[in-house]
Design a protein around this ligand. Structure first.
Ligand SMILES: [Zn+2]
Length: 150
């Protein structure tokens, strides 16, 4: 794959769901189940960032994603999904924002990408979505990313 972009998403879900009496965290395994249930071959995202900032690996990077048809991004864009619903006024945990920035910087370095190559799903022409949610703190994200890139 010739990765040229990084695309940020949210799961648009709660951070945990009830299974019987148990609260189960939404993580890469659960999102994979959701996507397999749609008949997909695997989770659509390449990485999932948990609320505590940990990054889990989703679809391997040698395969195209299934996260954004617009702009051919499934083939040129690495898909990263934040667990949570930032279409609601939930604040993103600081650890999760930092975990996202850490992963984005590492991918930028590995694939020689620029800050302009880091996109929110909704910014891609033709993508009719507000993903990663209208309350995702875009300005803060870009500021922290710039600061940590030096
Ligand atoms: Zn999205």
């Amino acid at each position: 794959m010739d990765w040229q972009k990084i695309v940020v998403h949210h799961s648009a879900s709660p951070t945990s769901v009830m299974r019987g009496k148990n609260s189960v965290p939404v993580d890469v395994a659960m999102i994979r189940q959701w996507h397999l249930a749609k008949g997909w071959s695997d989770i659509g995202y390449h990485f999932v960032i948990l609320p505590d900032g940990r990054c889990e690996e989703g679809r391997p990077l040698y395969r195209p994603g299934a996260h954004c048809v617009a702009g051919h991004r499934n083939f040129i864009g690495i898909g990263i999904c934040l667990v949570g619903n930032f279409s609601q006024a939930d604040e993103i945990p600081e650890a999760q924002l930092n975990g996202l920035v850490t992963k984005v910087i590492s991918l930028m370095q590995n694939y020689h990408l620029d800050i302009e190559d880091v996109e929110l799903h909704r910014e891609i022409p033709g993508a009719a979505t507000e993903c990663p949610g209208r309350y995702f703190p875009e300005d803060l994200f870009r500021r922290v990313l710039k600061e940590r890139l030096g």
